[in-house]
Design a protein around this ligand. Structure first.
Ligand code: TEU
Ligand code: CA
Length: 557
């Protein structure tokens, strides 16, 4: 594997609308991020992914972009962005922007021109098709519900394609002129603005079959088929476009890229993250994918620790020495990892530390999502009005159509709504948790009195201080080689509740154990083995490390 500048770095994701509000409008903004750069530097962060901050009507919270080269006034201006970039530079933090190019907004200049005149140049940037027998061109279902087809405004039988919200028209990747426009825009950010790279949104969706055939209806019973089926059959189409993208943008400029890639086979991993792969890294969504094996999301079952272990270990083995995954436990599309993947008894600060140990010591470029370092749990939403996300609204409607009661419906959403990752960051224990001086756009998490930055900074045993120590250890010049390149070797699980492995570096072998069971576990170590970090009083006795229940340890073997 070739050595890259971003190997060994720890990344952090900011959901900007909910990070820090400085002008008292209830929405996070760029000056808020600037203000908190020292906090991130102190945490040990070196790469910073910021979810979309571009001009947007916010139908899908900024993932609907109206201008790729401007900042939405809610966040600030391009001048603010430049200030943010230079502040981040001072601390050696690279900025990663969100690249959303499967679709744009219907309020983008291109779409406005295209719908005003479907014969114009811009119309060829979109996917316009004639309807068939008075119906949509085919029977694909969009991710947020309904057909992927809606009528082009003012047209009788002409439809545009959208795999997400109807305000997110898909771009036509088969058009080379459109692709050039995208690469030009990317290079403006990468080279002229000097960002470190991009997180690449929903990118498998560009793998389309331009003939738009009919698909066998799936089990939902509406005669439609999930649009993801078309993508999984056309991974090669996406890969061809992405090879070109890489050769025109990331590769020549030696930039970092991390793909939001779902549903690929093991054989394809090298095409994505191998030495000649299209991206630097792809997120490890194996646990998320194991949860959503069934389309019927309200039939949601949690994973056991053993199942969680199995899927993340498989992902580690598949990536092997091919390349780097990006381990994650949560993001802005997910409920909190501690609430989702841990047994009830460890959905607390102890569990948060132990799960954090796993997140940050697997092989790859780990991403920490805002609030994760505080041990944030899911937010308790009392009714649908407290949720904002368009996907949550759709899921609510589906639950209701299935005849689920209001109580059960809210339970389903409290378990899995994307809104959990979109509530305000918790800075202190004041009203609105120090996020804003006014009522924020989203509900403040109920735990803010104790789970917040200021309180945790003061408490040596807090999740925050644990994360700091953990990240520091990961970057310790003595061990960085083992944490970064060390071979991943799975260890047996003694009680069905333990995640344990080795990271075998050139000089050092590290052992990681996270015990999510109800009793301590023991693992054999060597006579000179040494505990580098324990989240709760692990000890070595008689050549065995004893790891208390609900805790983790990192041992130098
Ligand atoms: O998500 C893409 C995606 O696949 C989502 O449908 C995701 O699987 C789902 O939210 C999980 O419940 C990206 C962004 O991360 C998301 O916020 C956007 O809504 C979406 O693309 C469209 O841009
Ligand atoms: Ca604001």
């Amino acid at each position: 594997m070739q050595t890259k500048w971003w190997h060994g770095k720890v990344a952090y994701q900011i959901y900007p609308k909910s990070f820090k509000d400085t002008n008292g409008d209830g929405f996070g903004d760029l000056p808020g991020i600037i203000e908190k750069i020292p906090y991130l530097a102190d945490l040990g962060i070196e790469l910073l992914w910021i979810s979309p901050i571009y001009k947007s009507p916010f139908a899908d919270q900024g993932y609907d972009i109206a201008d790729y080269q401007d900042i939405d006034p809610i966040f600030g201006s391009l001048e603010d962005f430049k200030k943010l970039k230079s502040e981040a530079d001072k601390y050696g933090i690279g900025i990663i922007m969100d690249l959303v190019v499967n679709h744009c907004s219907d309020e983008h200049e291109w779409f406005k021109k295209a719908s005003a005149d479907p014969t114009c140049e811009e119309a060829s940037y979109f996917i316009f098709r004639e309807g068939k027998d008075g119906k949509e061109p085919n029977n694909l279902r969009a991710c947020f519900g309904g057909s992927v087809w809606d009528k082009v405004p003012g047209q009788d039988n002409l439809y545009y394609c959208h795999f997400f919200h109807k305000k997110q028209p898909d771009l036509n990747w088969f058009n080379p002129k459109l692709r050039e426009k995208i690469y030009e825009m990317m290079n403006w950010w990468l080279v002229d603005m000097g960002i470190a790279g991009f997180r690449v949104d929903a990118i498998m969706c560009i793998g389309k079959d331009p003939t738009y055939p009919m698909y066998t209806p799936d089990s939902v019973g509406d005669g439609m088929c999930s649009c993801g089926v078309m993508n999984s059959q056309n991974v090669d189409v996406a890969l061809n476009f992405l090879r070109e993208m890489n050769s025109r943008t990331f590769h020549p400029n030696d930039k970092f890229s991390v793909g939001e890639v779902f549903g690929i086979s093991k054989d394809n991993v090298k095409d994505f993250i191998g030495d000649d792969g299209v991206f630097s890294s792809i997120f490890d969504f194996s646990a998320r994918e194991a949860l959503t094996k069934h389309y019927c999301f309200y039939g949601f079952e949690k994973l056991s620790v053993a199942q969680y272990r199995k899927v993340i270990f498989e992902a580690q083995k598949t990536a092997g020495d091919i390349g780097f995954l990006a381990p994650v436990i949560e993001n802005h599309d997910e409920p909190r990892g501690v609430s989702t993947y841990l047994p009830l008894m460890w959905q607390n600060a102890k569990g948060a530390k132990a799960l954090g140990t796993v997140n940050l010591t697997l092989k790859g470029v780990p991403f920490v999502f805002q609030g994760q370092e505080l041990g944030m749990l899911n937010t308790k939403f009392d009714n649908i009005d407290e949720l904002d996300d368009c996907q949550s609204k759709y899921q609510y409607q589906m639950c209701q159509e299935q005849g689920l009661s209001e109580t059960v419906t809210m339970q389903v959403l409290n378990d899995q709504a994307r809104d959990h990752g979109r509530v305000p960051m918790l800075w202190d224990d004041s009203q609105y948790a120090g996020f804003s001086t006014v009522k924020p756009w989203m509900k403040v998490n109920q735990d803010y009195k104790t789970v917040n930055v200021a309180s945790e900074q003061k408490d040596p045993n807090s999740v925050l201080n644990y994360y700091k120590t953990l990240i520091k250890l990961r970057k310790d010049p003595k061990y960085i080689e083992a944490f970064t390149y060390g071979e991943f070797v799975a260890l047996e699980d003694p009680n069905d509740h333990t995640i344990a492995y080795l990271r075998k570096g050139k000089e050092h072998t590290l052992m990681v154990v996270a015990n999510f069971g109800a009793v301590p576990v023991k693992f054999d170590v060597n006579v000179n083995s040494q505990i580098l970090l324990s989240s709760d009083k692990a000890t070595i006795e008689n050549k065995q490390v004893i790891v208390p229940e609900g805790s983790s340890v990192i041992v130098l073997l």
